[in-house]
Design a protein around this ligand. Structure first.
Ligand SMILES: *Cc1c(COP(=O)(O)O)cnc(C)c1O
Length: 388
């Protein structure tokens, strides 16, 4: 028997090791891994530079308290600030911690300027911001909150794409609007650039902070370092996590100077957040991904992948309803049974993962090779033809 709780619906497969885009199972099979720990292993498995970084640092220093200076964290924060809108960075260990800390930053800002009642956070209904108590109530999802009451109050919700519903839900007590720039778990739904610009305008007009949750779509996943960059919108607060550690758990909240002013000494903390081992790995990931050439490559391989997926869609309109996404955050919305489709892909040695709205999520490492994309296209096409 397993002594692990049963809160996951695990596939009956385990792995011995990974290399780049591939995973090798304990029963001797080789899989093309287009899950990558759900957009976490941004550079694939066992990247030599990351191995080297963690090896070297592991012999020097793993952990010290945030009661002391941590130079490795100073360096990563500086890199993130130089590359993005941010003036300040606060390190955490996971996505949910980062989104919760983002909420704390927003509330604390209004508190610090004498508006403690301006504390409500407006989110998209059935979005995803993590599994901690406040984060599940931020999602506005019945399924995720069921049985976990009492309700954490302070969250309001509007429907994706419904601008009237958004405007109706704003009150004078709305502190922040928090949305994912590209909804991941929600089914790879991209918020269009013009909507982001409208959101920014509304926030400016009503003195509301804009939080863009880039835990999944950030750190190069969209082909830009942040998915919102293309829109030219500047958010106030951005939680990140998944991709920045390349497989090592790191979370962070990026913010501008204005809102950072509320986070005075003692207002927030984390025992593990930003320790030297984590920061060293984060620095290595950052050096590789923030390179312009690297991101250009993500864009061009994405274009190739999407073009060919649309060709398959056109060939099998009874199977595929829509190809969604940007960069290497891709969704295939199916007309057919999702679980069966994913199982068949797996039987053909391609690993993918579900998302809402009957979408199969495809998350290759950002350094995926073209022949690996071709391999996956062949498998997807084969499964489509078998189910047709
Ligand atoms: C995964 C995810 C989170 C939660 O991250 P965890 O590390 O699982 O806590 C939050 N927001 C978004 C958009 C995510 O995709």
């Amino acid at each position: 028997m397993s002594y692990l709780t049963k809160n996951y619906n695990r596939k009956k497969i385990s792995f011995k090791y990974g290399k780049g885009s591939f995973l090798y199972s304990t029963n001797g099979k080789k899989y093309l891994d287009f899950v990558q720990g759900i957009a976490v292993n941004s550079l694939g498995h066992a990247h030599p530079k990351l191995i080297n970084a963690i090896n070297k640092q592991s012999r020097k220093l793993w952990h010290v308290s945030n009661a002391f200076q941590i130079p490795e964290g100073e360096i990563l924060a500086k890199k993130l600030a130089k590359k993005t809108f941010a003036d300040y960075v606060m390190f955490q260990n996971s996505g949910a911690e980062a989104t919760e800390a983002a909420i704390k930053v927003a509330r604390r800002f209004f508190y610090s300027i004498g508006k403690p009642k301006k504390n409500r956070i407006l989110c998209i209904k059935n979005s995803f911001h993590g599994r901690t108590l406040a984060a599940i109530y931020a999602s506005g999802s019945k399924k995720m909150t069921e049985g976990f009451g009492p309700k954490v109050t302070g969250f309001d919700h509007f429907d994706f794409g419904n601008h009237e519903s958004l405007k109706k839900k704003i009150t004078k007590n709305t502190a922040a609007i928090m949305v994912e720039t590209i909804m991941g778990e929600g089914g790879i739904k991209v918020i269009p650039d013009w909507c982001l610009r409208e959101l920014r305008k509304i926030c400016n007009k009503k003195n509301i902070l804009l939080i863009l949750d880039e835990v999944q779509c950030g750190i190069g996943r969209s082909g830009d370092f942040f998915a919102f960059e293309k829109s030219k919108v500047k958010p106030d607060i951005v939680p990140i996590a998944k991709g920045i550690g390349g497989g090592f758990p790191i979370g962070a909240v990026l913010m501008n100077k204005k809102v950072a002013s509320g986070m005075t000494a003692g207002t927030h903390g984390s025992t593990f957040g930003g320790n030297p081992l984590a920061m060293t790995v984060g620095n290595s990931v950052m050096d590789i991904i923030s390179n312009k050439k690297f991101l250009k490559n993500v864009k061009s391989i994405s274009e190739y992948f999407l073009t060919n997926l649309i060709k398959i869609q056109n060939e099998y309109p009874n199977i595929i309803k829509e190809i969604r996404g940007r960069g290497l955050l891709i969704g295939i919305q199916l007309k057919t049974d999702q679980a069966k489709f994913i199982k068949k892909l797996m039987e053909n040695n391609l690993l993918t993962i579900r998302a809402a709205e009957n979408v199969v999520r495809i998350l290759p490492p950002l350094n995926v090779k073209k022949n690996e994309i071709n391999q996956s296209l062949k498998i997807i096409k084969k499964v489509c033809s078998e189910l047709n």
